[in-house]
Design a protein around this ligand. Structure first.
Ligand code: NAD
Length: 376
């Protein structure tokens, strides 16, 4: 099977779908791996290293797309990239087909089979292929470093001859994968951490990381598959009132809250941010999904006129491209192992739970029922 890795073309994307170590292992399993020249540079995988690992380096994207039995990507393909896809090939990539059914339709139109990495079921069996989790882990860590860097204060408590410095107060909103990693990172830096989530089941996880869980007496919003449901209007109001107190006393607020298939919930209205101390920081990991903070400008970092720095940088995993790529690549390897037989041939069994969840297009059609529904 020929596995092809193009260079990512979305501006600012430094990750690569397969890193050198994975290439070596896949070549060892008798796959042919074709990589576009420079594809790994952002993740510190040079053409020379990839070649030494057994990859064939091609200088043009067209040659890489044209060679692929299976094309592995990070970002959803751009229209130009869709036009390069080879009929009959399989594309494995982030694709967000529920939010962007048009792209799924275009891929189907190219007679290309799409496995969407963002649709891997969140089950124990699929954990090793779960790129949403691996990349959210990186984003949670990175967000805290951004906050620490922007905050004109120390994170840890210091008792020195020059006086005692109190620890920074960090509030993490949303304690899913990214939020838990943010809590752990802020704790390691010595901050005093509070966290809040609408799913009360995470209280224990938050506390096990040494943070305090903010209890707000509203309905539990645990939905299916471990995700959250949207709150009622009354609960939203109660939540905002309770959170305002915690936000006002925090030096840094890291927001990570998301509800699948919806705009990210608004947790920090402008007036709540206005009540934070000058110099405080908000890092909004949900910036790409509309943001949890009303003042977030997606893709930007700026200081408001009242002195709070609001960071809405996008694609935080790409800022740590070496490990983000290594984890993404491992997830892909596990997926490939799951969908190939012992001779290394691709076998997509649509009745398999994992394949069923992420198989979006096949034979020129959108075959995933939920995506087919939104694509109508
Ligand atoms: P996510 O990115 O969809 O959301 C992040 C967090 O925001 C969630 O914890 C959610 O409850 C929270 N949230 C939503 N609305 C909120 C609001 N109004 N206020 C405060 N918080 C709000 O979630 P995720 O991080 O991808 O994961 C969600 C769950 O799925 C977690 O429980 C995680 O452990 C579970 N999960 C399980 C597996 C597995 O079993 N293999 C894999 C990954 C994730």
């Amino acid at each position: 099977m020929i596995i092809a890795i193009p260079r990512e073309t979305v501006p600012g994307e430094r990750r690569v779908a397969l890193v050198t170590e994975s290439v070596k292992r896949l070549v060892g399993k008798k796959h042919e791996v074709v990589v576009e020249s420079g594809a790994g540079l952002g993740a510190e995988c040079s053409d020379e290293e990839l070649r030494a690992a057994g990859a064939r380096i091609e200088s043009s994207a067209a040659a890489v797309y044209g060679a692929a039995d299976v094309l592995l990507k990070v970002q959803p393909p751009t229209p130009e990239e869709v036009s390069l896809l080879k009929s009959g090939s399989v594309l494995v990539s982030l694709a967000y087909p529920l939010a962007n059914p048009k792209l799924a339709r275009a891929i189907a139109g190219r007679q290309v089979t799409l496995l969407a990495m963002d649709m891997v079921p969140r089950t124990t069996l699929a954990q090793m292929m779960d790129v949403l989790s691996s990349q959210a882990t990186i984003a949670g860590y990175r967000a805290v470093l951004l906050a620490a860097e922007a905050l004109p204060k120390l994170f840890p408590m210091l008792m020195t001859a020059a006086g005692t410095i109190p620890p920074a107060k960090v509030l993490v909103l949303g304690a899913g994968v990214a939020g838990l990693q943010a809590i752990a990172t802020a704790r390691r830096l010595g901050a005093v951490v509070e966290a809040y989530d609408v799913r009360k089941v995470v209280k224990e996880q938050v506390e096990s990381l040494g943070a305090r869980f903010v209890n707000i007496e509203i309905e539990d919003a645990a939905g299916s598959g471990g995700y959250a449901k949207e709150l009622s209007e009354e609960a939203k109001k109660k939540q905002a009132e309770a959170l305002a107190v915690h936000v006002a006393k925090s030096d840094a607020v890291i927001t990570t809250a998301q509800v699948p298939g919806r705009r990210a919930p608004l947790l920090l209205p402008a007036d709540m941010v206005r009540r934070m101390k000058s110099g405080s920081v908000v890092v909004d990991i949900a910036a790409e999904q509309g943001g949890n903070c009303e003042l977030t400008r997606p893709g930007e970092r700026y200081r408001t006129e009242f002195g709070v720095t609001v960071i809405g940088e996008k694609n935080l995993p790409s800022q740590l491209a070496v490990h983000a790529s290594a984890m993404y690549s491992r997830n892909l390897e596990k997926l490939l192992a799951h969908v190939t037989d012992k001779d290394g041939a691709l076998k997509l069994d649509a009745s398999d739970e994992i394949v069923k969840g992420m198989l979006i297009t096949r034979g020129g059609d959108i075959i995933h029922p939920a995506v087919a529904d939104v694509a109508l």
